[in-house]
Design a binder for this molecule. Structure first.
Ligand SMILES: Cc1cc2nc3c(=O)[nH]c(=O)nc-3n(C[C@H](O)[C@H](O)[C@H](O)COP(=O)(O)O)c2cc1C
Length: 304
């Protein structure tokens, strides 16, 4: 996987800050393909004043440049009086009129499960600044009250696992967002066959966007697109649990329209995964048959 560069920003200036300790632990736990840089100059940014140009303040220029260089940003900021800390908001205000956060993948980490109001507010501000807040990579950890320091956080079994998983999700999402999207894989995240198909695509360096029916939805148009290119009888997964849960009335005398209606209401009735290469749809995945190798090479052969 390509190396990505992450700027980690703590919204606390306290020397014993739990959020800063969390970010230092994150830097220790980061795998070789994630380079974490800590931004420790938040307290040196002047108070935001729209009359002052960014270029007039070197700490602000530096912050801006480091954000632009980063493939993604991790922010860990405490809650003060049900709000984002002043220093954190001040830093973001400096960037509002810039491109710094436009389409920038951001993961929100937090050392306190109580800081929900500030976390929501931070997400709102970043979204309005056009950042891409990555939910799958955002975590709140029970560090407050745990007496854990940075080393303790890095060594804690469940906390370190959550951090590693969030970093993995962040890396995957950043690579996904940066890749030209020619392929889309449709399915459900937890399905074993879908996981195998994703592993195969990753191992073969094939860029794709993953569309989860549960979180990204299923529209009648998308289902019709499937039905236009695939046999609806094969698209309908008659060995699924969802199929077995249907009444015999629903199962019998099916037409394409009735089957599509059933699949629209219950997307788990769709055989998984469906890979859309932009040129054709490939239904199902079997690692034993060489995965997508044969079907994708057919597509390439047709192109040449
Ligand atoms: C001025 C102030 C206001 C605070 N307000 C809240 C609050 O509204 N909600 C909350 O959950 N914690 C609040 N706290 C507790 C902090 O979130 C907590 O101490 C946290 O550990 C601070 O983060 P840090 O350790 O990274 O500095 C407040 C702390 C301070 C100093």
């Amino acid at each position: 996987m390509p190396i990505i560069k992450i700027l980690a920003v703590s919204g606390s200036l306290r020397s014993a800050s739990l959020n800063s300790a969390l970010l230092r632990a994150v830097a220790c736990l980061a795998p070789a393909d994630i380079r974490i840089e800590l931004f420790t100059e938040l307290g040196h940014l002047p108070l935001f004043n729209p009359d002052i140009e960014i270029s007039d303040s070197s700490p602000v220029t530096d912050f801006y440049a480091r954000l632009l260089e980063a493939d993604g940003v991790i922010i860990a900021s405490p809650e003060y009086a049900h709000g984002v800390t002043g220093v954190m908001k001040n830093a973001l205000d400096w960037m509002v009129a810039t491109e710094a956060f436009v389409n920038k993948p951001v993961a929100l980490f937090n050392a306190s499960p109580r800081a929900t109001i500030a976390q929501a507010s931070l997400k709102e501000t970043l979204t309005v600044m056009s950042a891409q807040v990555i939910e799958a990579a955002s975590i709140t950890l029970p560090i407050i009250g745990s007496n854990l320091d940075e080393l303790g956080i890095a060594r804690h079994p469940s906390i370190s696992t959550s951090i590693r998983e969030a970093l993995y999700a962040f890396h995957t999402e950043i690579v996904n967002l940066q890749s030209p999207k020619t392929h889309t894989l449709y399915g459900i995240k937890n399905c074993d066959t879908v996981k195998k198909a994703r592993n195969w695509l990753d191992q073969n360096n094939i860029a794709y966007r993953f569309h989860d029916f549960r979180t990204d939805g299923l529209t009648p148009e998308l289902l019709q697109h499937f039905a236009d290119h695939l046999d609806w009888n094969k698209l309908l997964n008659r060995s699924s649990t969802s199929w077995r849960q249907l009444s015999s009335d629903q199962q019998n005398n099916l037409t394409q329209d009735k089957a599509l209606q059933l699949m629209l209401t219950t997307p788990t009735l769709i055989k998984r995964p469906v890979l859309d290469t932009g040129e054709k749809l490939i239904l199902g995945f079997n690692a034993k048959d060489g995965g997508y190798a044969a079907s994708l090479s057919e597509t390439n052969a047709q192109k040449t």
